[in-house]
Design a protein around this ligand. Structure first.
Ligand code: UD1
Length: 323
């Protein structure tokens, strides 16, 4: 089985590539290295430096007997998407359409797409299952939802089979140390905590301590990236077996507050994390947790690497080397 991993040099992509290689798949990574990094490339996988805005490069890559595509490339910062929607429209919509159209032209019919819990918007009930209303609060979430809509139409009209995987909060690093790249200018909670621990940042701003939660800080569902990667492998197998196209949540079904993450990190890495409370960040819901029942039923998948200790220890193992 030959899988083309578009965005395979990124944080999630490199973990997906590792999981595929562990299953003895043939892998080609296609990445423009804008946020992906050379250090995340595996010698066992082929590499094409290319951009999803370059359809000719996509066509060339797809013509190499590819059985399935995993599309992870895209912009992913919620705040930036609100300031610069054009950038997100270009990368996440135009780029995505190039991938879909190139797949149609080359008759590659299986696609796993990297979607997000951001498609749901403010939770109407918890945990969020796949029947929850879809009403993104950010332009980023809108681009993910639009892609899912294109996938449904292309499936109906042209037989493109897909799995859209709606990640909740991706965290952690490969436990064997196989992935080494650190995200540059991270916007997400755990990498920021790690940068404080390394002395790269002075302190963490905790956005809001007056939410309706036990300690007043926001609660999220943090899922280990190795669990996400395993779900991609299972999703590819599902499509190769000719099974149903659909969207699935990937989460742990457990909530953790920002303050709990900070305190637990201090305990696991035995270092103080300086923080202060800051005003709420626009668009942050108080609590987001997933129902992953459907992923379990459809893929036989559940999170097995996502204990808090493992999430923190595996992340610190990579960050501590930079101290
Ligand atoms: C959001 C999206 C998610 C997307 C991710 C990508 C939603 C519901 N979720 O997750 O789909 O994949 O962004 O970036 O839209 N926090 C602080 N201080 C910080 C940073 C974060 O207190 O410096 C808090 C946030 O307020 C939030 C939690 O930590 O409560 C997690 O934040 P973050 O890591 O940015 O992820 P989400 O916004 O939950």
């Amino acid at each position: 089985m030959h899988v083309l991993v578009i965005g395979g040099a990124g944080y999630i992509g490199s973990h997906v590539v590792k999981a595929l290689l562990d299953q003895k798949a043939t892998v080609t990574v296609f990445d423009n290295l804008s946020t992906g990094q050379e250090i995340n490339l595996f010698p066992e996988a082929s590499f094409i430096k290319g951009d999803i805005l370059d359809k000719e490069a996509l066509l060339q890559a797809l013509r190499k007997n590819v059985d399935a595509v995993i599309l992870l490339a895209g912009k992913k910062a919620v705040g930036e998407s609100m300031d610069n929607p054009a950038l997100y429209a270009q990368n996440n919509i135009s780029g995505m359409l190039n991938v879909l159209n190139a797949m149609l032209e080359t008759h590659v019919n299986n696609l796993v797409f990297s979607s997000s819990a951001a498609v749901y918007g403010t939770p109407q009930y918890l945990p969020i299952d796949e029947k929850h209303p879809l009403d993104p609060m950010s332009f980023y979430g809108f681009t993910k939802l639009e892609t899912e809509r294109f996938l449904k139409w292309y499936h109906t009209l042209k037989g493109l089979n897909f799995m859209a995987l709606r990640y909740f909060n991706a965290v952690g690093y490969d436990e064997t140390g196989a992935v080494k790249g650190l995200e540059q200018n991270p916007q997400n909670l755990l990498p920021i905590i790690m940068e404080v621990a390394c002395g790269k940042r002075e302190s963490l701003n905790i956005f809001g301590n007056d939410y309706d939660t036990p300690d007043g800080t926001c609660i999220r569902d943090y899922i280990h990236v190795t669990d996400l990667a395993d779900a991609h492998v299972k999703a590819i197998q599902h499509l190769m077996d000719g099974k149903e196209s659909l969207s699935l949540n990937l989460g742990t079904e457990k909530g953790l507050s920002v303050l709990e993450m900070v305190k637990e990190t201090q305990k696991v890495i035995q270092k103080p994390i300086a923080y202060q409370f800051a005003p709420r960040r626009a668009g942050d819901p108080a609590v987001v947790t997933a129902s992953a029942a459907q992923a379990k039923a459809v893929l036989g998948w559940s999170a097995t690497h996502s204990s808090l200790d493992n999430i923190i220890a595996s992340t610190w193992a990579v960050y501590r080397k930079t101290v």
